[in-house]
Design a protein around this ligand. Structure first.
Ligand code: ATP
Length: 133
């Protein structure tokens, strides 16, 4: 039975607002899980997949950094960008992966290594959600 509220917002839109049973999120210090009755908690998020359970089914949401707050029985996620797995454009992610990989391989003098690495990580994480709900 659902007893947690999960809200995921980005600077652009509300991605998800739903009653769920469980949330697993990609914390900067590692994955953490939230069940009803969790203590108040704040964590920075890394690029990764948020997993939640609703009516016994697992669902996945791509998250690209931000913060999560657990307060009462609400999990609020403010992400830089986020997409439900079934809304990800995998062709776009594959193009982004190739672009980032080419930049890293070319090693030109003006390479912003961190920026290219983060773009690659976003693309690979999105691609890893192919076939997920
Ligand atoms: P790209 O180079 O393809 O824009 P990116 O990783 O740089 O990828 P972000 O900065 O994470 O993109 O996101 C910019 C906006 O585009 C966000 O609103 C994000 O949700 C959306 N977006 C990016 N890639 C995808 C994708 N593959 N499928 C759906 N939405 C995407």
């Amino acid at each position: 039975m659902a007893a947690l509220r999960l809200d995921i917002v980005t600077p652009d839109c509300v991605v998800l607002s739903k009653d769920v049973e469980y949330v697993g999120a990609p914390g900067l210090l590692g994955e953490f899980g939230v069940l009803p009755g969790h203590i108040p908690f704040i964590s920075a998020l890394s690029i990764g997949a948020l997993h939640y359970k609703c009516e016994g089914n697992s669902h996945y949401v791509f998250i690209s950094g931000g913060f999560a707050e657990v307060s009462g029985n609400t999990v609020s996620v403010l992400a830089e960008s986020a997409e439900e797995a079934n809304h990800i454009d995998f062709n776009r992610a594959e193009e982004a992966r190739k672009r980032a990989q080419a930049r890293l391989d070319a090693k030109t003098e003006d390479l912003n290594f961190k920026r290219a690495s983060l773009a690659l990580s976003r693309a690979i994480t999105r691609l890893s959600l192919q076939g997920r709900n």
